[in-house]
Design a protein. Structure first.
Length: 152
């Protein structure tokens, strides 16, 4: 009877699409780095230059599985707004403005990785990240929605 594969570690890392190479971040996971980088680069060759979050499951026999996620919202917002860095203080720094359509495009792309059921909720999540970065979105109000409450 063959020995059962046992999960040794689950690691979340961010790599550049199509450009992963062996290094300390991968060495600490305990997997075959050469094989991982080959598979990762093949899978992400259409996302070269993008930041690609990756969840790696390492097994006791040095084998692994991995899944890739969508690029982080903050990275996409900076790219859309053509920024190098975000604002340091959301209350005083207003560094850029993007359109609601641009924000909705990001929300649609991120929908698979967000815990949102529809585009409107995903848009509000993107808008929250944008607000933290000092980026305004035209036509998007982040004020809490009014709900009908019983009582008075």
């Amino acid at each position: 009877m063959a020995a059962k594969k046992e999960v040794v570690r689950i690691a979340k890392i961010q790599l550049i699409g199509g450009q992963a190479k062996p290094g300390p971040a991968l060495a600490s996971i305990g997997i075959n780095m050469g094989e991982f980088t080959k598979q990762f680069n093949d899978k992400t060759k259409n996302r070269i230059g993008e930041v690609v979050p990756c969840v790696i499951t390492a097994f006791n026999d040095k084998s692994f599985t991995f899944i890739t996620k969508t690029s982080p919202t903050s990275v996409m917002l900076k790219k859309t707004a053509k920024l190098e860095t975000a604002g340091k203080n959301q209350l005083t720094d207003h560094v850029a403005t993007i359109t609601k359509e641009q924000a909705l495009e990001i929300a649609r792309y991120k929908l698979t990785d967000l815990n949102a059921y529809d585009e409107e909720t995903a848009l509000r999540m993107v808008a929250g990240t944008a607000k933290q970065m000092g980026i305004k979105i035209e036509g998007v109000d982040l004020a809490p929605k009014k709900t009908a409450k019983g009582g008075k």
